[in-house]
Design a protein around this ligand. Structure first.
Ligand code: GDP
Length: 218
Protein backbone atom coordinates (compact mmCIF):
# COMPACT_ATOMS: atom_id res chain seq x y z
CA UNK A 1 0.00 0.00 0.00
CA UNK A 2 2.58 2.56 1.08
CA UNK A 3 6.14 2.61 -0.14
CA UNK A 4 8.30 2.77 2.93
CA UNK A 5 11.92 3.69 3.40
CA UNK A 6 11.82 2.69 7.07
CA UNK A 7 13.60 -0.22 8.69
CA UNK A 8 12.86 -2.21 11.84
CA UNK A 9 15.06 0.01 13.98
CA UNK A 10 13.13 3.13 12.93
CA UNK A 11 9.83 1.40 13.68
CA UNK A 12 11.10 0.45 17.15
CA UNK A 13 12.25 4.01 17.80
CA UNK A 14 8.86 5.28 16.76
CA UNK A 15 7.14 2.90 19.13
CA UNK A 16 9.45 3.92 21.98
CA UNK A 17 8.95 7.63 21.33
CA UNK A 18 5.19 7.32 21.59
CA UNK A 19 5.24 5.03 24.61
CA UNK A 20 5.96 7.89 26.98
CA UNK A 21 2.77 9.67 28.01
CA UNK A 22 2.06 12.93 26.21
CA UNK A 23 0.60 15.87 28.05
CA UNK A 24 -1.04 19.08 26.93
CA UNK A 25 1.34 22.00 27.51
CA UNK A 26 -0.39 25.09 26.21
CA UNK A 27 -2.56 26.62 23.53
CA UNK A 28 -1.02 29.53 21.67
CA UNK A 29 -2.89 32.27 19.80
CA UNK A 30 0.04 34.64 19.20
CA UNK A 31 3.52 33.65 18.10
CA UNK A 32 4.91 35.73 20.96
CA UNK A 33 3.52 33.04 23.28
CA UNK A 34 5.22 30.08 21.60
CA UNK A 35 7.20 27.90 24.01
CA UNK A 36 10.80 29.05 23.97
CA UNK A 37 12.60 25.87 25.00
CA UNK A 38 14.61 24.80 21.97
CA UNK A 39 12.92 21.44 21.55
CA UNK A 40 12.42 20.03 18.10
CA UNK A 41 8.78 19.85 17.11
CA UNK A 42 6.50 18.37 14.47
CA UNK A 43 3.12 19.79 13.62
CA UNK A 44 -0.11 18.32 12.30
CA UNK A 45 -2.17 20.44 9.93
CA UNK A 46 -5.32 19.78 7.96
CA UNK A 47 -8.84 20.84 7.13
CA UNK A 48 -11.45 20.73 9.90
CA UNK A 49 -12.84 17.24 10.26
CA UNK A 50 -9.91 15.61 8.46
CA UNK A 51 -9.44 13.33 11.48
CA UNK A 52 -6.58 15.20 13.13
CA UNK A 53 -7.68 14.75 16.75
CA UNK A 54 -8.45 11.09 16.14
CA UNK A 55 -5.03 10.55 14.59
CA UNK A 56 -3.15 12.29 17.41
CA UNK A 57 -5.08 10.25 19.96
CA UNK A 58 -4.44 7.02 18.07
CA UNK A 59 -0.72 7.78 17.67
CA UNK A 60 -0.26 8.47 21.36
CA UNK A 61 -2.69 5.77 22.48
CA UNK A 62 -4.37 8.44 24.62
CA UNK A 63 -8.04 8.51 23.80
CA UNK A 64 -8.81 12.05 24.84
CA UNK A 65 -5.50 13.86 24.47
CA UNK A 66 -6.38 15.99 21.46
CA UNK A 67 -10.02 16.26 22.46
CA UNK A 68 -8.88 18.09 25.59
CA UNK A 69 -8.01 20.95 23.30
CA UNK A 70 -11.24 20.91 21.35
CA UNK A 71 -13.16 23.01 23.80
CA UNK A 72 -14.59 26.21 22.33
CA UNK A 73 -11.83 28.71 21.70
CA UNK A 74 -9.15 26.06 21.71
CA UNK A 75 -9.76 25.05 18.12
CA UNK A 76 -8.12 28.23 16.84
CA UNK A 77 -4.97 27.74 18.82
CA UNK A 78 -1.70 26.01 18.16
CA UNK A 79 -1.89 23.28 20.78
CA UNK A 80 1.42 22.01 22.14
CA UNK A 81 1.81 18.48 23.52
CA UNK A 82 4.91 16.87 24.94
CA UNK A 83 6.30 13.85 23.18
CA UNK A 84 8.85 11.27 24.29
CA UNK A 85 10.80 10.61 27.44
CA UNK A 86 11.93 13.76 29.24
CA UNK A 87 9.41 15.57 27.05
CA UNK A 88 12.20 15.86 24.50
CA UNK A 89 9.94 16.81 21.65
CA UNK A 90 6.78 18.79 20.95
CA UNK A 91 3.84 17.66 18.92
CA UNK A 92 1.82 20.62 17.68
CA UNK A 93 -1.84 20.40 16.73
CA UNK A 94 -2.47 23.26 14.32
CA UNK A 95 -5.91 24.85 13.98
CA UNK A 96 -8.07 23.07 11.40
CA UNK A 97 -8.75 25.21 8.35
CA UNK A 98 -11.39 25.29 5.63
CA UNK A 99 -14.25 25.36 8.10
CA UNK A 100 -17.19 26.62 6.05
CA UNK A 101 -18.97 28.38 8.90
CA UNK A 102 -15.97 30.31 10.23
CA UNK A 103 -16.36 34.08 10.19
CA UNK A 104 -14.05 36.27 8.11
CA UNK A 105 -12.43 37.58 11.28
CA UNK A 106 -11.77 34.03 12.50
CA UNK A 107 -10.28 32.99 9.16
CA UNK A 108 -8.05 36.07 9.18
CA UNK A 109 -6.96 35.32 12.72
CA UNK A 110 -5.88 31.75 12.14
CA UNK A 111 -4.37 32.49 8.74
CA UNK A 112 -2.16 35.09 10.38
CA UNK A 113 -1.24 32.74 13.22
CA UNK A 114 -0.42 29.87 10.85
CA UNK A 115 1.58 32.18 8.57
CA UNK A 116 3.60 33.64 11.42
CA UNK A 117 4.23 30.22 12.94
CA UNK A 118 5.31 28.60 9.68
CA UNK A 119 7.57 31.47 8.69
CA UNK A 120 9.53 31.87 11.83
CA UNK A 121 9.79 28.60 13.72
CA UNK A 122 13.26 27.09 13.56
CA UNK A 123 12.30 24.23 15.88
CA UNK A 124 9.68 23.00 13.43
CA UNK A 125 11.16 19.93 11.75
CA UNK A 126 8.24 18.87 9.63
CA UNK A 127 4.55 19.47 9.15
CA UNK A 128 2.39 16.42 8.56
CA UNK A 129 -0.35 17.60 6.24
CA UNK A 130 -3.43 15.49 6.80
CA UNK A 131 -5.60 14.84 3.77
CA UNK A 132 -8.91 13.00 3.89
CA UNK A 133 -8.43 9.96 1.64
CA UNK A 134 -11.99 10.32 0.36
CA UNK A 135 -11.52 13.89 -0.78
CA UNK A 136 -7.88 14.31 -1.80
CA UNK A 137 -6.31 17.77 -1.94
CA UNK A 138 -8.57 20.82 -1.74
CA UNK A 139 -7.89 24.48 -2.45
CA UNK A 140 -7.37 25.24 1.25
CA UNK A 141 -4.70 22.50 1.39
CA UNK A 142 -2.98 24.03 -1.62
CA UNK A 143 -2.96 27.42 0.08
CA UNK A 144 -1.13 26.09 3.13
CA UNK A 145 1.19 24.06 0.88
CA UNK A 146 2.12 27.27 -0.92
CA UNK A 147 2.79 28.94 2.42
CA UNK A 148 5.08 26.11 3.43
CA UNK A 149 6.84 26.06 0.06
CA UNK A 150 7.49 29.79 0.39
CA UNK A 151 8.68 29.48 3.98
CA UNK A 152 10.78 26.38 3.12
CA UNK A 153 9.02 24.34 5.81
CA UNK A 154 9.34 20.64 5.07
CA UNK A 155 6.00 18.85 4.93
CA UNK A 156 4.69 15.38 4.29
CA UNK A 157 1.25 14.26 3.19
CA UNK A 158 -0.70 11.82 5.35
CA UNK A 159 -3.93 10.38 4.03
CA UNK A 160 -6.49 9.88 6.80
CA UNK A 161 -9.52 7.56 7.09
CA UNK A 162 -7.91 5.11 4.67
CA UNK A 163 -10.32 2.45 6.02
CA UNK A 164 -13.15 4.20 4.20
CA UNK A 165 -11.78 3.25 0.78
CA UNK A 166 -11.13 -0.01 -1.01
CA UNK A 167 -7.45 -0.75 -1.64
CA UNK A 168 -7.89 0.00 -5.34
CA UNK A 169 -9.58 3.35 -4.64
CA UNK A 170 -6.89 4.24 -2.13
CA UNK A 171 -4.19 3.51 -4.69
CA UNK A 172 -5.81 5.97 -7.10
CA UNK A 173 -5.94 8.75 -4.49
CA UNK A 174 -2.36 8.03 -3.42
CA UNK A 175 -1.13 8.30 -6.99
CA UNK A 176 -3.01 11.54 -7.58
CA UNK A 177 -1.92 13.25 -4.35
CA UNK A 178 1.67 12.01 -4.71
CA UNK A 179 1.87 13.41 -8.24
CA UNK A 180 0.73 16.81 -7.03
CA UNK A 181 3.08 16.82 -4.03
CA UNK A 182 5.98 15.83 -6.29
CA UNK A 183 5.69 19.24 -7.96
CA UNK A 184 6.01 21.06 -4.66
CA UNK A 185 9.50 22.16 -3.59
CA UNK A 186 9.13 21.62 0.17
CA UNK A 187 7.05 18.43 0.09
CA UNK A 188 8.53 15.11 1.18
CA UNK A 189 8.08 12.64 -1.66
CA UNK A 190 6.40 9.74 0.15
CA UNK A 191 2.86 9.79 1.44
CA UNK A 192 1.67 7.80 4.42
CA UNK A 193 -1.84 6.32 4.28
CA UNK A 194 -3.35 6.03 7.73
CA UNK A 195 -6.45 5.12 9.66
CA UNK A 196 -7.10 6.04 13.26
CA UNK A 197 -9.81 3.38 13.20
CA UNK A 198 -7.74 0.37 12.07
CA UNK A 199 -4.30 1.60 13.08
CA UNK A 200 -3.00 1.35 9.51
CA UNK A 201 0.02 3.54 8.88
CA UNK A 202 0.48 4.47 12.54
CA UNK A 203 3.78 2.58 13.09
CA UNK A 204 5.15 4.25 9.93
CA UNK A 205 4.04 7.66 11.09
CA UNK A 206 5.52 7.19 14.57
CA UNK A 207 8.78 6.04 12.99
CA UNK A 208 8.82 8.99 10.59
CA UNK A 209 8.50 11.33 13.58
CA UNK A 210 11.16 9.48 15.58
CA UNK A 211 13.67 9.84 12.76
CA UNK A 212 13.21 13.62 13.04
CA UNK A 213 13.61 13.63 16.80
CA UNK A 214 17.39 13.65 16.71
CA UNK A 215 17.60 16.62 14.37
CA UNK A 216 19.47 19.62 15.69
CA UNK A 217 17.36 22.61 16.57
CA UNK A 218 19.85 25.03 15.01
P1 GDP B 1 -10.58 16.88 13.35
O1 GDP B 1 -11.64 17.93 13.23
O2 GDP B 1 -9.62 16.94 12.20
O3 GDP B 1 -9.89 16.84 14.67
O4 GDP B 1 -11.32 15.47 13.14
P2 GDP B 1 -11.80 14.37 14.19
O5 GDP B 1 -10.66 13.57 14.68
O6 GDP B 1 -12.69 14.99 15.21
O7 GDP B 1 -12.63 13.40 13.22
C1 GDP B 1 -13.69 13.89 12.41
C2 GDP B 1 -14.65 12.73 12.10
O8 GDP B 1 -13.98 11.73 11.33
C3 GDP B 1 -15.16 12.03 13.35
O9 GDP B 1 -16.50 11.67 13.12
C4 GDP B 1 -14.30 10.79 13.44
O10 GDP B 1 -14.94 9.71 14.09
C5 GDP B 1 -14.03 10.46 11.98
N1 GDP B 1 -12.72 9.79 11.81
C6 GDP B 1 -11.53 10.24 12.24
N2 GDP B 1 -10.55 9.37 11.91
C7 GDP B 1 -11.14 8.35 11.25
C8 GDP B 1 -10.64 7.14 10.65
O11 GDP B 1 -9.45 6.81 10.64
N3 GDP B 1 -11.56 6.35 10.04
C9 GDP B 1 -12.88 6.65 9.99
N4 GDP B 1 -13.68 5.82 9.35
N5 GDP B 1 -13.38 7.78 10.56
C10 GDP B 1 -12.52 8.62 11.18
Amino acid sequence: MVTSDLNGADLARGEALFKAPSTFVKGVVRVADLPNERRPEVAFAGRSNVGKSSLINALTGQKSLARVSVTPGRTRELNFFTLGNDDAFYLVDMPGYGYARASTAEVKGWTRLIQDYLKGRRELKRVFLLIDARHGLKESDREIMTLMDEAAVSYRGVLTKADKLKASELAVVEAKVSAELAKRPAAYPQLIASSARTGAGLPELRAAIATLADSQTG
